[in-house]
Design a protein around this ligand. Structure first.
Ligand SMILES: *Cc1c(COP(=O)(O)O)cnc(C)c1O
Length: 400
């Protein structure tokens, strides 16, 4: 198996198609799927040598690494602009793995409070059990970051664009404060997407994706990836991940590699439709607000414009009639599916207060803006006019 030696400096779309390519002696065009958990050694001495130190294209066991997974890791690292990457079984395996791998009892984490429900669980319920201090701040308030970082910190964790209320964090400013405090900046970049975000250029030390979302993009497989320096990935993340079992399956890596080839096209088309939908819904009499970072009235519109190449595929809106109105609207939709994935080719509509963020106490939901009337919309690849028509007819069906 030979690794393609190709010039660096290509644009992301080219890396998404070719990055990290390796070919067997057959010279296959499509990525080979090495659906194997183990690897044969030519001799006992070779096995011993491999365990003493495996080279970049030498494998031991799929929990440690696999050729198909390695192509995926290299491809994501190349397009993300990091030295290395480690693929994981899910986005949450990436989040929990990156945090657990570098924290210990007595460590201090400062995180934005507007987070995906499972990220909040890892921070508030898991890490604190092991003696890690976790401080949550309003991620859009730089003074709050500064105050929380005053005593120093080991890790700053944030979603660059938060799930589900789409708060946009000023990454450059927060990363500067974090680095001054001696913290490593770990960014969950799912909503921003690898297409629109340059998190590493803005100061992120570690970038995490749930590949389940836009990278697969067709709702088939779970996966995640941690991107960072070679030192962090191989010396801190890999030892933790390979012994705790959060590895990505080779089959899922193969699906994700195919997803990456069309990622750029899909995300740009979905974001263009999301912008049109946000404009079409803005000011609707049954809606209290429409949240999309591309709308000029979004509180962090200018931050989003400065730090992203596009405003993303996700939007949210709040029905004036609360939960009953939100449920009536969801039930009246004919195209968008009621589910909880995002970044899918199919538009997906979610009621966060009763599903993805159900676990949160009401006071926390209120503080995060996860009101009973809030609906999250993941824009798919359907025709934008059809989606707008569907949303408007569903709003018509809402009583009041
Ligand atoms: C979905 C999601 C995750 C978790 O990813 P899984 O692949 O479902 O484990 C983490 N962070 C954000 C922002 C997400 O949207």
């Amino acid at each position: 198996m030979a690794r393609d030696e190709r010039p660096q400096g290509w644009h992301r779309q080219t890396q998404m198609v070719h990055g990290g390519a390796r070919r067997s002696q057959y010279g296959e065009v499509a990525e080979a799927l090495y659906l194997t958990q183990g690897f044969v050694y030519p001799s006992a001495a070779a096995a011993e040598a491999r365990f003493l130190g495996a080279g970049p294209d030498e494998f031991i066991y799929a929990r440690y690494g696999n050729p198909t997974v390695a192509v995926f890791e290299d491809r994501v690292a190349t397009l993300e602009g990091t030295e290395d990457a480690f693929a994981t079984a899910s986005g949450m395996a990436a989040v929990s793995g990156a945090l657990m791998a570098c924290l210990r009892a007595g460590s201090r984490v400062v995180a934005a409070r507007a987070l995906f429900g499972s990220c909040l669980y890892v921070l508030q319920d898991v890490l604190t059990r092991f003696g890690v201090e976790v401080v949550l701040v309003d991620g859009t308030d730089l003074a709050a970051w500064q105050a929380a970082l005053e005593p120093g910190a080991d890790v700053v964790f944030l979603e660059s664009v938060s799930n589900p209320v789409l708060e946009v964090i000023d990454l450059r400013a927060v990363a500067a404060l974090a680095h001054e405090a001696g913290a490593r900046v770990i960014v969950d970049n799912v909503f921003a997407t690898p297409v629109f975000s340059r998190a590493v250029d803005l100061g992120a030390d570690v970038v995490i994706y749930s590949a389940t979302k836009h990278i697969d993009g067709q709702g088939r497989c779970l996966g995640g990836v941690i991107c960072g320096t070679q030192d962090f990935i191989r010396k801190t993340v890999e030892p933790y991940m390979k012994h705790t079992g959060g590895a990505m399956s080779p089959f899922n890596a193969w699906v994700m590699l195919n997803g990456l080839q069309t990622l750029d096209l899909r995300v740009r088309a979905q974001a263009a439709s999301a912008a049109r939908i946000a404009q079409a819904l803005a000011g609707h009499p049954k809606l209290a607000r429409v949240i999309y970072p591309g709308l000029p009235d979004h509180p962090q519109h200018s931050v989003a414009r400065d730090q992203m190449d596009g405003f993303g595929t996700m939007l949210a809106f709040e029905l004036k009639g609360g939960k009953d109105a939100a449920f009536a609207m969801l039930d009246a939709l004919r195209i968008a599916l009621i589910s909880n994935n995002l970044g899918d080719a199919r538009s997906i509509v979610t009621h966060p207060a009763t599903t993805t963020h159900q676990r949160l106490p009401d006071a926390d939901k209120a503080a995060l803006g996860i009101t009973p009337g809030l609906v999250r919309f993941s824009t798919g690849l359907e025709d934008a006019d059809d989606l707008i028509g569907d949303l408007l007819q569903a709003l018509d069906a809402v009583p009041g």
